[in-house]
Design a protein around this ligand. Structure first.
Ligand SMILES: Nc1nc2c(ncn2[C@@H]2O[C@H](COP(=O)(O)OP(=O)(O)OP(=O)(O)O)[C@@H](O)[C@H]2O)c(=O)[nH]1
Ligand SMILES: [Mg+2]
Length: 245
């Protein structure tokens, strides 16, 4: 299996390495999920704090130690659906997920871009739909087959955050159990938005009672090593696919 670092999420929130990668774990409500939630029982020593965390998801500093467990994904689909406005970096990220490096210039996606990743007994199907305006009305039809929605945002272009937010919320509204991973891409660019600011700009506290991850990423052509955020995103996807089997 490829590069599966200790993966998964525990508690209300966990921050991953690198100072730019955060994972935010929304309050869970299903009995099954609750069973897997290792937070102390209410009434325990930390009950006040825990209750607070149940009300609002927390963003934890990147210095927090990585703690991982696996958890089930409540979705019927098998595909990892990759959406986001044009130029956000979807194709670039998919290159990195599949080959570990971005070797060539990428072209805008006209239509869709399917990428299969197979290693050992693991098989992951990614489907990107281009982000140009004329393609966005087609996005919704792919959500029913998705195990996870990866929504990529160009975090250096704050002017487009309201548009990204509108589309993201429209996508999620009819799919209350679809897990979502927001990738705040282009963290390498000066002036790129922090994870916490993007969380607010996209109103991610309003995505409902679902698994939600927010991770800062960047991709640069020719760089031999993946940024820690890209590795964390990839590892979480692997973990979710394994749990969804
Ligand atoms: N600096 C920087 N540039 C990036 C990053 N990710 C992607 N790019 C560049 O942004 C441009 C658009 O990237 P794509 O991967 O084609 O974006 P896309 O989301 O697939 O766009 P569409 O297919 O048109 O929807 C390309 O020139 C990439 O090289 C990043 O993290 N940092
Ligand atoms: Mg593309």
């Amino acid at each position: 299996m490829f590069g599966l670092r200790e993966a998964g999420v525990i508690g209300a929130s966990v921050a991953l390495a690198g100072g730019i990668a955060y994972v935010i774990w929304n309050r869970v409500s299903s009995p099954q999920q609750k069973k897997l939630d290792s937070r102390p029982e209410k009434g325990g020593k930390n009950s006040d704090k825990e209750e607070e965390e149940e009300e609002t998801e927390a963003v934890v500093s990147a210095k927090v130690q990585k703690t991982y467990t696996s958890h089930p994904v409540k979705s019927e689909g098998t595909q990892i659906l990759v959406l986001g406005l044009d130029g956000a970096g979807k194709t670039s990220l998919l290159h990195c997920f599949s080959s570990g490096v971005l070797e060539q210039d990428v072209e805008p996606t006209h239509g869709s871009n399917a990428v299969s990743v197979s290693r050992d007994d693991l098989h992951i199907e990614f489907l990107e739909i281009g982000g140009k305006e004329d393609l966005r009305p087609h996005w919704q039809r792919y959500t029913s087959k998705a195990l996870l929605l990866v929504f990529v945002v160009d975090s250096s272009n704050s002017q487009l955050f309201p548009v990204a937010k509108k589309h993201l919320h429209e996508l999620l509204a009819p799919c209350p159990s679809l897990p979502v991973m927001v990738l705040a891409n282009k963290q390498d660019l000066p002036g790129s938005c922090s994870i916490t600011d993007l969380h607010e700009a996209l109103s991610l506290s309003e995505v409902g009672d679902r698994q939600m991850f927010l991770i800062g990423t960047y991709v640069r052509r020719g760089e031999a090593d993946l940024s820690s955020g890209v590795q964390d995103a990839r590892d979480l996807i692997i973990s979710m696919v394994c749990d969804g089997k």
